[in-house]
Every structure is written in C-alpha cells, then in structure tokens.
Design a protein around this ligand. Structure first.
Ligand SMILES: Nc1ncnc2c1ncn2[C@@H]1O[C@H](COP(=O)(O)OP(=O)(O)OP(=O)(O)O)[C@@H](O)[C@H]1O
Length: 320
C-alpha cells in the first residue's frame, strides 16, 4: 500500500450505458477514517459510482484509487481492502448467524474463522441468537449480521449502500453507533443513504450527485451555508405591537405572514443575535405569543439543489 492520507481518490470519473452518460466526470477524495456520504435522487449515478469503486464495473474515463491502488490496474489489491454491504442483506437464511460468519471467514481463508465469528457475534449483540437460523431474525438483526459479515476480513474501506433503509428507529440508532465506532477505529466508510438526517449524523463530508455530476460537496455545515441563514418566527397578535416590533427590528431582514400573524426575522442562529432581538422586544413591552427558531437543514439544501426529496418516487429533474 502506498502512503496516502486519502482512502479514496476519484478524478474525472465517466461512465455511459450505451449512449446515456451516467457519470460526467466526478471527482472527490475521502480521507482515511472518515465517513463520506454520496447523496442524490434515483438514477443520479450513485450505484454506478459504487460499482466502479468496488471493481464491479469499468469506467469509460477518469481514474479511481482505493488505499493507493488503482481500481483498473490493481483490482485484486483493491478488493482485499474493501467490503460492500448492500441494501438487501446478503445473509443465508437457512444457516445460523454463527454459520454465516464462519462460512465467510473460511471463504476469506482466515486461520481462526471460529474465533472471529464469536468476536463479531458479541460485538453486534448477536451472541444470544447465534444458533438460530437467520430466517427467524428481525430486519435489524439481519442488517447487523450483514455488517458483521462484511467486517470479517477487516476491510480498510467499507461501502454501505443504504445501510438503514427499512429499519426501525432503534435499529437505525444502533447502526449509527456501530458505524461511528468503526470510523473511530480507523475504517473509512463510503455511504449512500436516502435519509438526510443520517448523512448529517454520520458524514464528515458529503457530495450531492445529480444527473451524473457532483453539484454540491462539503461538510454538512458548509452545505447548509448554501442557504440563507436561519430565522426566528414571532407570533404577534396585536397590530400596535407588530408595528413596534417592525420598527425595533428594522435593520434585520423581515418577512410578515399576515394570515398567521407571524413575523419572520432572519438571524445567524447565534444566541447573541437571538438575545438581542428578544431583549429589544421585551424592553419595549412587545407581547409575543409564540416563538419558533428555524435553521436550514440538509434536507432544505437537497431540495434546493435537486428539486425533490431524495430517492422518493419518480426521478425529478431540475435544470441548473
Ligand atoms: N446496466 C445498465 N444499463 C443501462 N442503463 C443503466 C444500467 N445501470 C444503470 N443504468 C441507468 O443509469 C442511471 C444511473 O443509475 P444508478 O443505479 O447508478 O443510479 P442511482 O443513483 O444508484 O439510483 P438509485 O438511487 O435508484 O439506486 C439510471 O438512469 C439507470 O437507469
């Protein structure tokens, strides 16, 4: 392995199916031990990118390397460094949890496949169910086993394609905890997800892919800065109080929703800003019946860029 701080380097990656260009020259880096989330609507090219990075598909142009190995020139070395966990758990329902893990260990030629299986069963809280057939496992248990199976070979880079789709909230939280632990231990995680809160929770860096191009990239905080800052909404019922509030806050960007009697005041989201606004109103005796603070979310950013919620329903196209 060459010395590099990036676990994944992608430069100008292109791929077409027949005459449809699916990836139009995408580039990004993923530093070791971090989580990178690739987001995008259905058909954006996420799976195509994952297939190229995991050596399942040949790109038409550009380069990609994993842990310093070129996906085209050194596919065997790349495969040794990675593991791919798909949306549909690849476990064998007729075998027990323990048998599934041992089988993978043997396929990977581990000397102590049995010991590794026990260790992973314990780590994923499956020891109690180890001798039950996987067909009797819940969705969350299957997903945990699937992830445990992908860790048998201790991969440097883990590809997780929608790891929590279909899981209940508790199982999702467990999965997040496990993913965080993995990255703390140095594993690099490449994630696709339809849940923007998941991306926000887990990703150090994320990129939004739309029609084969990366249209926005950065940390969750950086992406949120693409939108106007947050605002507070003040419900003010009395006309004279409203007039007074508008005068007191005239240097702020204001918007008034007449139907709901709500005055929106743009803020940078800081406590200092909020305190200043509330003090002015309080000192002038302005009566506010309700206060709500609104901050832009990753979902807002996604909607602004892609024009529809991720992965839901039909493809939605927005012209830039
Ligand atoms: N083998 C193929 N032959 C022809 N077209 C394909 C093939 N595989 C994918 N495509 C097309 O390429 C585009 C990108 O597909 P891809 O599966 O990479 O998108 P995605 O972002 O992963 O979508 P999803 O979220 O629905 O999984 C889609 O329009 C898809 O129909």
């Amino acid at each position: 392995m060459t010395m590099t701080q990036d676990a994944i380097t992608v430069r100008g990656l292109e791929k077409s199916y027949k005459n449809v260009q699916v990836l139009r020259g995408i580039s990004f880096n993923v530093p070791k031990g971090t989580v990178f989330a690739l987001l995008g609507p259905n058909g954006a090219g996420k799976t195509t990118a994952i297939k190229i990075l995991t050596t399942l598909l040949t790109p038409d142009g550009g380069t990609a390397s994993l842990c310093g190995y070129d996906v085209l020139k050194q596919p065997a070395q790349v495969r040794r460094e990675i593991s791919l966990t798909g949306q549909f758990a690849a476990v064998d329902g007729a075998l027990t949890g323990r048998e599934n893990l041992r089988m993978i260990g043997k396929l990977r030629h581990l000397k102590d496949a049995g010991k590794k299986a026990e260790e992973l069963l314990a780590r994923f809280e499956l020891s109690g169910a180890a001798d039950r057939r996987v067909s009797s496992y819940s969705g969350g248990m299957r997903r945990r086993l699937d992830l445990a199976m992908s860790l048998v070979g201790a991969p440097a880079v883990l590809f997780l394609d929608e790891p929590t789709t279909g899981l209940d909230p508790q199982s999702r939280l467990n999965m997040w905890k496990i993913i965080k632990e993995l990255t703390r231990a140095g594993t690099t995680v490449f994630l696709t997800t339809q849940y923007l809160d998941e991306a926000e929770q887990l990703a150090d860096q994320l990129a939004i892919l739309n029609k084969g191009e990366i249209v926005a990239a950065g940390t969750p905080a950086e992406l949120k800065k693409l939108l106007p800052p947050g605002h507070i909404e003040l419900k003010i019922l009395e006309e004279r109080h409203l007039l007074e509030a508008r005068a007191l806050l005239q240097e702020f960007k204001l918007h008034f929703d007449e139907g709901n009697q709500v005055l929106s005041v743009e803020t940078d989201g800081s406590i200092a800003h909020l305190t200043d606004i509330l003090n002015r109103l309080k000192n002038a005796g302005v009566s506010v019946s309700e206060l709500t603070q609104k901050q832009p979310t990753l979902e807002d950013v996604f909607l602004m860029i892609v024009g529809g919620p991720p992965e839901k329903g039909a493809e939605r196209h927005v012209n830039f």
